[in-house]
Every structure is written in structure tokens, then in C-alpha cells.
Design a protein around this ligand. Structure first.
Ligand code: BYC
Length: 473
């Protein structure tokens, strides 16, 4: 069950050949997927060999098979983590009862909605990033971008499999619509805001893989605790791939900061821009922009949908089975800070209603660890600047703090001060134009753009000047 059958048109470890109806439905969807990939997937190096990692089995380490392949020949397919015998529902009203192999009628709509929302982010990110390789700071980075892209494509397959296998006609329609919405499109946008934002410079890409892919880690981990076992198993396998995406973001940001610090110190006026780099304040502005968008992905602070999803066992807390003793989460409360008319007001909310915020807490802690690592790096380099994570009330568009104004530290501020305030803490047109002006391709093996430090090591033990992307085809 764990090895992946690559002989079939759609590689899988779910014994697809024994379900002819499903196989036909997926084979019908496949050409539309390929068309979508060609039209709005990566637009650069499409016919070149890329050093990519593919899954050969879902056992630990089994997916780490490296070789040169064209992205189009990447074997997208359906890989579920191994079935855990006698698995029980980790959390909610039915905690301890056997998990479901099929979707119970009463939870169908909520489950489908969550799967569609998750699925929608996967193609969205590929669309957002499709032109980045045209201005890649190195072939190493271009390769990492492509690795992320093909895996997001596979994650879409994973979700489409669930929709088509378990949600009948509705599921097939949803699968089709996933290829019709477009990131940033005014008429048919992607579902979640973060996935409609332009991601056309590499500082944005590193912020995105740092913050949005880390949101992915927490969302997938909470779905990996689902009572719906096929969803839990597919998310567990997706999480193994997600780790590399976060590595790209976390180390990418670290490399930008390291180089920015070096150039700051090099310049007689401490101006990294004068040395052709990105100044540290600009990096901070990009963090201030992307982090709130990613906080929004967790949904409203007080949410009956989140309570319902938890009660039903559809979505658990982060590491529900391992981290918690009480899986009911009843008769417990969480303090949520309301903010009406500029006054902050702490209220005790039933824990189940605050499940989005519980997950957001874990996420914020995780982000803070990366920021602490970056700051160590800045300290070591000898500059005084430190990166800070903006407060979770700053610049939000969803939940309790949307449409209100808070400063970076979370204090309420008057609406008429906002525009002047954000000049100094969010990217301005001038900042964007400057960062864009630095985005020039560096395609010589082993070479790196001036604004970013090289990574500590290559991919899979290869040298830095390895042909991660074969530019000669
Ligand atoms: N943007 O249903 P409600 C990843 C809307 S990252 C826009 O009451 P709640 C990846 C919402 O749609 C992981 N709209 O519940 C990373 C709804 O609108 P409708 C991706 C938003 O509890 C990198 C209304 O507000 N997945 O995999 O607030 C590359 C009320 O919502 C947003 C997730 O992050 C938003 N941010 O939660 C590739 C999803 N937030 O239906 C992949 C996880 C809320 O009334 N979160 N709305 O028109 C969820 O699934 C949450 O349930 C929701 C809503 C955010 C959808």
C-alpha cells in the first residue's frame, strides 16, 4: 500500500485501478489540469531539466528521490500516508470513536467547504509565483521555487482526489472550479485574500513561503487530526513536503537579512540601498505586509464554524491527539480581546468558539521562533536593527480587528493618522519599485544576486554550482 504505482496514468497508492468510475473521473480532470499548469503555472524554464525531488513511496524518506526532470513530466498523483489501524477520532464530541472512511451525511457540507478552501490555495500559489523564475537570484533558488510549485500542484491533486472520491457530482463540479478561479482575478478570484496578492518579487516569495506555507503547516496539521481518515492521511503526507517550503522561506529571509546587514555595514552611510541591496527597514515592511495576510487565513477569532468543525471532529487542534488530555474542550474558556470604538476589552469566550485563535496562537509562536533566529543572525553580523513580528491586530482584514486601525504594537489608533503611519511600516509604491529594480535574473551556476547571501549548503548534498536547472535545455 505504501509504494506508489507509477505505471498508471495517474500515479497513486490508493489502488485507483479498482475503482473505475473514480479513475475515469480523474482521468477526465487530468488534461484540464495540464492545460491549467501550462497556461498559469511556471512560465520560465518550462522545457528545461530541473533537479527535482519526487515521491516514490510514502514511507519516511521514501519521497526523497532526486533527479533531473522537466516540470511537465513531474509525476503528479495521489499519495496517502499509510493507514493507521484502529485509529480513533482525536477530538470533539465523538473523540475516541472509530474514524470515518466515508463522509457522514450530516457533516458533508462543512467538510466539503474546508477541503475546497484548502484545495483552492494550492493552484493559487502556483499562479502567484509563475513569473518569479524570470528574475531568480540564482539557479539554486529557481530550483527551489519549482520544487515548491510542483508540490503545490500535487497537493491540488490530493484534494481533488478527496472531492471526486467522496463528494459525488458536487465534488466533481468543485474540482472543475478549482481550475477556473484565478489568483487576483477581479471576476473569479481565489477564495482567500492572501492568495490573491501579487507575489512578483523574491522578497515577497520568501515572505510567502515563510508565512503562508507555515499557515499551511498548521492548517494541514489540524486537518491531519480529522475524523475523516482519508483527509487526515493525505494531509499527513502533504506535511512532509511542506517542511521544504518553509525551509525555503525561513532560510531565504535569513539570507536576505544577512546580506542586507553586510551591505549596511559596508556602506559609509549605513545605506544598504546605496550598495545595491535591500535595506533592513524594507525587509521589515514586507514582513509587516505578509504576516497579517497570513494571520487572516486562520479565520475569525470567534467562529461558530470553527466550533462546529471541532465538535464534529472534522478539524482538531494542532497535535490534538498528542498534546491534549481533554479532547472535548467543553466548559473551558479563552480570553479574546475585543476592540470597539478604540477600546480594548478582554472577554472570556467558550474555547470551542475560539478554536481559530488557538491555532493562530501556535502559528504566531512558531513564526516568532524564526524571527528570533533571524535576529541572532543580525546581532552576530553587528547591526543594531532587529526584525519584529507586527501585533496580530495590525493591518487585518478578517475577524474582530478588520476595518479598524492599530499600530504595529497593537494599540488602537485614530483613522486619520493611519495613512501617514503606514508610509513608514508598509511597502510604498517607491519601495516596491526599488525592490522590483533589483530583480534581475542570475542564471550562472553558483552565482548569486548581490542582494542575497548564498545558502549554507546546496540541495541534497550537491555543490552550489551544481546544475540545479539545466539552462541549456
Ligand atoms: N480571506 O466561514 P467563516 C496552504 C471569509 S496555506 C478571504 O464564518 P471562519 C498553502 C470566509 O470565506 C493553508 N475570506 O469562518 C500555503 C467566509 O466567507 P463566506 C490554506 C476569508 O471561522 C502556501 C467568511 O469570511 N488554508 O495550504 O472565519 C502555498 C466568514 O468565515 C478569509 C487556510 O488557511 C480570508 N483570509 O473561517 C500553498 C484555510 N477568512 O463563505 C498552499 C484555513 C475568512 O461567508 N481556514 N474569510 O463568503 C479555514 O478554512 C477557515 O474555515 C476560513 C473561515 C478561513 C475559510
Amino acid at each position: 500500500m505504501t509504494s506508489i504505482n507509477y505505471d498508471e496514468k495517474i500515479p497513486n497508492n490508493v489502488d485507483l485501478s479498482s475503482n473505475r468510475r473514480l479513475k475515469r473521473a480523474l482521468e477526465k480532470w487530468q488534461p484540464a489540469y495540464v492545460d491549467w499548469w501550462k497556461s498559469v503555472g511556471p512560465q520560465v524554464f518550462v522545457d528545461n531539466d530541473i533537479y527535482l525531488r519526487t515521491a516514490i513511496s510514502t514511507e519516511p524518506g521514501g519521497w526523497a528521490h532526486f533527479g533531473h526532470t522537466k516540470m511537465e513530466d513531474y509525476r503528479w498523483g495521489i499519495f496517502l500516508d499509510e493507514k493507521e489501524e484502529d485509529r480513533v477520532i482525536p477530538g470533539g464530541d465523538d473523540a475516541g470513536k472509530p474514524v470515518w472512511q466515508d463522509v457522514p451525511g450530516e457533516h458533508r457540507n462543512l467538510l466539503k467547504r474546508l477541503i475546497v478552501v484548502q484545495a483552492d490555495t494550492e493552484p493559487a500559489s502556483v499562479e502567484q509565483q509563475r513569473w518569479l523564475a524570470a528574475v531568480a537570484p540564482s539557479l539554486y533558488d529557481a530550483r527551489n521555487l519549482f520544487q515548491v510549485n510542483v508540490e503545490e500542484g500535487r497537493h491540488l491533486w490530493a484534494m481533488v482526489y478527496l472531492l471526486q472520491a467522496h463528494f459525488g457530482r458536487d465534488g466533481r463540479d468543485e474540482a472543475d472550479e478549482l481550475l477556473e478561479r484565478r489568483s487576483g482575478d477581479a471576476d473569479k478570484p481565489r477564495i482567500l485574500d492572501a492568495f490573491n496578492q501579487p507575489c512578483t518579487d523574491w522578497l515577497s516569495f520568501f515572505c510567502f513561503t515563510m508565512f503562508a506555507d507555515r499557515d499551511g503547516k498548521y492548517q494541514l496539521a489540524s486537518l491531519a487530526e480529522s475524523a475523516f481518515d482519508p483527509l487526515a492521511r493525505t494531509c499527513r503526507f502533504m506535511l512532509t513536503e511542506e517542511a521544504h517550503h518553509m525551509f525555503v522561506g525561513d532560510t531565504g529571509m535569513g539570507r536576505v537579512l544577512q546580506r542586507s546587514a553586510e551591505l549596511t555595514l559596508l556602506d559609509p552611510n549605513g545605506d544598504a540601498r546605496a550598495q545595491g541591496g535591500i535595506d533592513l527597514q524594507t525587509v521589515q515592511k514586507w514582513v509587516n505586509y505578509w504576516f497579517p495576510y497570513c494571520l487572516d487565513l486562520f479565520g475569525a477569532e470567534v467562529s461558530s464554524n470553527a466550533a462546529d468543525a471541532f465538535a464534529a471532529g472534522i478539524k482538531g487542534r494542532y497535535r490534538e491527539a498528542k498534546k491534549y488530555d481533554d479532547h472535548l474542550a467543553l466548559d473551558q474558556f479563552k480570553t479574546i480581546t475585543y476592540a470597539d470604538k478604540g477600546v480594548l476589552d478582554d472577554r472570556e469566550i467558550a474555547l470551542r468558539l475560539a478554536m481559530n485563535e488557538v491555532l493562530r496562537d501556535d502559528y504566531v509562536d512558531d513564526c516568532a521562533k524564526s524571527v528570533a533566529r533571524w535576529n541572532k543572525l543580525l546581532e552576530k553580523s553587528g547591526v543594531d536593527f532587529r526584525i519584529t513580528l507586527p501585533h496580530r491586530r495590525f493591518f487585518r482584514r478578517q475577524g474582530l480587528y478588520a476595518d479598524k486601525h492599530f499600530d504595529i504594537a497593537g494599540a488602537p489608533m485614530a483613522a486619520d493618522k493611519w495613512d501617514a503611519y503606514i508610509e513608514n511600516c508598509l511597502p510604498t509604491d517607491g519601495d516596491r519599485a526599488y525592490v522590483t529594480s533589483l530583480m534581475k535574473p542570475v542564471y550562472e551556476p553558483g552565482k548569486m544576486a548581490n542582494w542575497i547571501a548564498p545558502p549554507r549548503r546546496g540541495i541534497n548534498g550537491q555543490a552550489m554550482d551544481y546544475d540545479y536547472v539545466r539552462t541549456d535545455g
